[in-house]
Design a protein around this ligand. Structure first.
Ligand code: UDX
Length: 455
């Protein structure tokens, strides 16, 4: 009916498309806005332009109710929405570590310059602390005289691969507001989620902006911590998987995000820790987060270490050697290759003269666009034909489930580098493979392989 709050969502990329679709599922009338007519057209035709399990079904469900539409027209958007969510990207600038804010700025400018009457603009994009205040000023500057625009911040913590679930059932909601009115509006919009018992934290706006980068920095630090321990393990013959299991059983530490391996990538963690450093330096508190440079460096070293292991297994020189690179996406169940550790390893191998054949169950097309010089195979079997060494770089279940026998039958030489620490080392060794994993002792140097308890 006419009572439903009308919501616009500016930006229909990963975050925006998911948010728009979920808001329609919750019963709102939603208008998704994007400057890219191609994206708008695909979404309008029920086609999600990226890989996200469950999201196409939710889009179909939302479209069946008639509650969601997509447009490139900001006049329509400004006119339609009572609450406007800003979900555009804040990528790393090409020439520095700072976040590029031009998309959030232009989203607010386009919208605010067309708004009449009351409106709440809610930022969801990940931004450097202080951005919301600048955007409020910008909105004030460009908006018509009869506009009363308020800005609030509601950071988004969704993970790719779990986007729908994370949106509809988040661990917490953070409302960064400057007035009771904005708080009341956000409580109302999110009431279907709040009513399920999800904790709400109402904060000032800078705190809300900071929560997101602080959370992602913590997660990145946790991963780099265990990967730093992996480096120590490699120098001592200790086993980082057993170490991680033992650490994780301490409730104060916890086992999540303590999985060692090739490290973190994607569209968030790497750029967020860099943008945080850049912003902290601007604020004169660079020292407080200087450790994030180390977190970044540890993460990048996992890639060169993986290349070292692969080079070792083929006798010390990669040139002319054939490497099957299993995985390109930054994590399994995603087609996202932004800052993907797997592709970076493939690139480094290629630079050393190796003949690299990449196979990823979902990300081949995106990887090919990013690195057209590498070879791509249509299947796992196709990738390992004649491979001098096989490298598992993204832990897709297809790779975990492949047997050493099957890989050899498909034409691989029996040499495996497991950069994600997910394969059954004993099974590979028993099948006659030379096997190396990050942070684990080479098989011949251990009597009985350490066993990691299931958890
Ligand atoms: C992340 C945050 O989790 C999310 O809250 C935020 O909103 C956006 O950034 P996402 O980028 O989708 O989400 O990926 P996530 O599942 O968190 O994984 C991040 C990276 O860390 C991946 O490259 C993954 O392979 C790596 N990782 C994760 C590890 O190497 N070890 C771990 O133990 C966990």
């Amino acid at each position: 009916g006419a009572e439903r709050t009308r919501i616009t969502v500016v930006g229909t990329g990963y975050l925006g498309a998911t948010h728009a679709i979920c808001m329609a599922i919750l019963g709102y009338d939603v208008l998704g806005v994007d400057v890219d007519p191609g994206k708008v057209d695909r979404l309008a035709h029920g086609d999600v332009p990226f890989f996200e399990p469950g999201l196409p079904e939710k889009l179909a469900e939302a479209q069946a109710t008639g509650r969601i539409r997509f447009t490139t027209d900001f006049d329509e958007a400004a006119d339609f929405g009572e609450v406007h969510f800003i979900c555009v990207g804040t990528p790393q600038k090409p020439d520095s570590y700072a976040a590029d804010l031009r998309y959030v700025q232009s989203a607010v400018r386009e919208l605010a310059s067309r708004i009449h009457g009351d409106a709440l603009i809610v930022g969801k994009s990940t931004v450097p602390v202080g951005t919301a205040a600048d955007l409020a000023e910008l909105a004030d500057e460009v908006s018509p005289e009869d506009a009363r625009i308020e800005v609030a911040w509601n950071p988004e913590f969704l993970r790719e691969g779990f986007a729908v679930d994370d949106t509809l059932h988040p661990d917490r909601l953070v409302f960064g507001v400057a007035s009771e009115r904005a708080e009341a509006t956000l409580r109302d919009v999110f009431s279907p989620i709040v009513d399920e018992g999800v904790p709400v934290l109402v904060t000032d706006i800078p705190t809300a902006e900071l929560v997101k980068v602080a959370a992602n920095s913590f997660l990145a630090t946790k991963i780099s911590y265990i990967n730093a321990m992996a480096e120590v393990c490699e120098a001592t013959g200790a086993d980082v998987d057993s170490l991680s299991a033992a650490l994780g059983l301490d409730d104060r530490i916890g086992s999540r995000f303590l999985k060692p391996g090739l490290g973190f990538g994607g569209g968030c963690l790497p750029k967020d820790i860099r943008a945080f450093r850049a912003r902290a330096e601007e604020l004169g508190v660079g020292d407080a987060v200087a450790f994030l440079a180390e977190v970044d460096a540890i993460n990048i070293r996992r890639r060169t270490r993986t290349v070292d292991l692969i080079r070792e297994l083929v006798g010390g020189d990669l040139s002319g050697k054939r490497v099957a690179a299993l995985g390109a996406a930054f994590k399994p169940n995603s087609d996202d290759v932004r800052d993907a550790p797997a592709l970076d390893v493939a690139r480094l191998l290629y630079l050393e003269g190796a003949h690299v054949t990449v196979y990823d169950p979902e990300a081949n097309a995106n990887a090919h666009r990013a690195y057209p010089d590498l070879d791509y195979a249509e299947s796992l079997d196709g990738a390992v034909v004649d491979a001098d060494v096989v490298a598992l770089l993204t832990e897709w279940s297809e790779f975990r489930e492949a047997s050493p026998e099957a890989l050899e039958q498909a034409g691989a030489h029996p040499r495996m580098v497991d950069a994600r620490d997910v394969l059954d080392q004993e099974a590979y060794v028993a099948a006659g493979w030379e096997f190396r994993a990050l942070g684990r002792p080479a098989p011949q140097s251990v009597g009985v392989a350490a066993r990691v308890p299931a958890h």
